[in-house]
Design a protein around this ligand. Structure first.
Ligand SMILES: [Zn+2]
Length: 275
């Protein structure tokens, strides 16, 4: 499952490849991909328009069009964009195609069918169900130590679970939440409202740092590959605890432990993250 850094990397690649292009044809092949649009609407709202910009809100990719509409895409588990020549074969499980006037096409395929697309009026973007409740972006001015202290103080749930809650802050998935807690020495089971303000500064700093490093790593792979590459799993480059159960902590040598929180695995060092 791509996390925020991987989605940001896809956004940057799309920006480079398709910004400014004119869409001459659009097709929704699997209607369930865009349940809020009919295939006819999807085609009509994307056709004969050009791509003004490509952005992101949380893990939603936003393709802004010259006709005041925005194509929202969530990749979920296995959704993937490919940028191909018009004559190239479409990947198996292709669910939507945008065709450009220069003989190129953008193809969305999704093996497991969890991906989501929606075309909306750009001015309504903030009211769209999937975006309305999202917390601040981790790199925004809104996401301050004070904000994090305030929002954590309102919850007695375990800190790891609160960090995964996208209404508090967007962008922390399972991997980077574990890493940020390890880097700031906080036990993933500590109730969020029991973490002192003194410890929230380092947590805030490490959330921003771990996501920033992951994006920089992805960007490096991107510039090496050149074409649209939406392969994931490069977290290894910043991972000190994730997926390292039983291996020595890189700080202190204690064995990394794995526990289950909210039906998902958390990895942590019982010594560095004692409380
Ligand atoms: Zn340790």
């Amino acid at each position: 499952m791509p996390e925020l850094p991987e989605v940001e990397c896809v956004v940057r690649q799309l920006r480079r490849l398709i910004a400014g292009k004119n869409i001459v044809h659009a097709r929704l092949i699997r209607p369930g991909l865009a349940p809020d649009n009919s295939p006819r609407q999807f085609a009509d709202w994307l056709r004969n328009t050009s791509i003004e910009s490509v952005g992101r809100r949380g893990k939603h990719i936003l393709i802004n069009l010259s006709n005041q509409r925005t194509l929202i895409t969530h990749l979920r588990m296995t959704g993937r964009f490919s940028y191909l020549d018009e004559s190239a074969d479409d990947p198996a499980h292709t669910h939507a195609i945008l065709l450009f006037d220069d003989g190129k096409k953008l193809v969305f395929d999704d093996q497991r069918h969890f991906g989501m697309m929606m075309v909306v009026r750009s001015k309504d973007l903030n009211e769209v169900r999937c975006l309305a409740d999202l917390g601040p972006e981790p790199f925004s001015e809104e996401f301050t130590v004070e904000y994090l202290h305030r929002t954590l103080g309102r919850s007695a749930r375990q800190i790891k679970l609160v960090l995964l809650d996208q209404t508090r802050v967007v962008g922390l998935g399972n991997i980077y939440a574990s890493e940020a807690l390890h880097r700031s020495g906080i036990n993933p089971k500590t109730p969020a409202n029991k973490i002192s303000k003194r410890r929230i500064g380092p947590l805030h700093r490490e959330i921003v740092a771990v996501l920033g490093e992951a994006i920089a790593n992805d960007a490096q792979f991107d510039s090496e590959s050149g074409d649209l590459d939406t392969s994931y799993g490069r977290y290894e480059t910043v991972s000190k605890v994730y997926d390292r159960e039983g291996q020595p902590c890189l700080n202190c040598g204690t064995q990394i432990r794995r526990i289950t929180q909210g039906a998902r695995s958390t990895y942590f060092c019982p010594r560095c993250q004692a409380r």
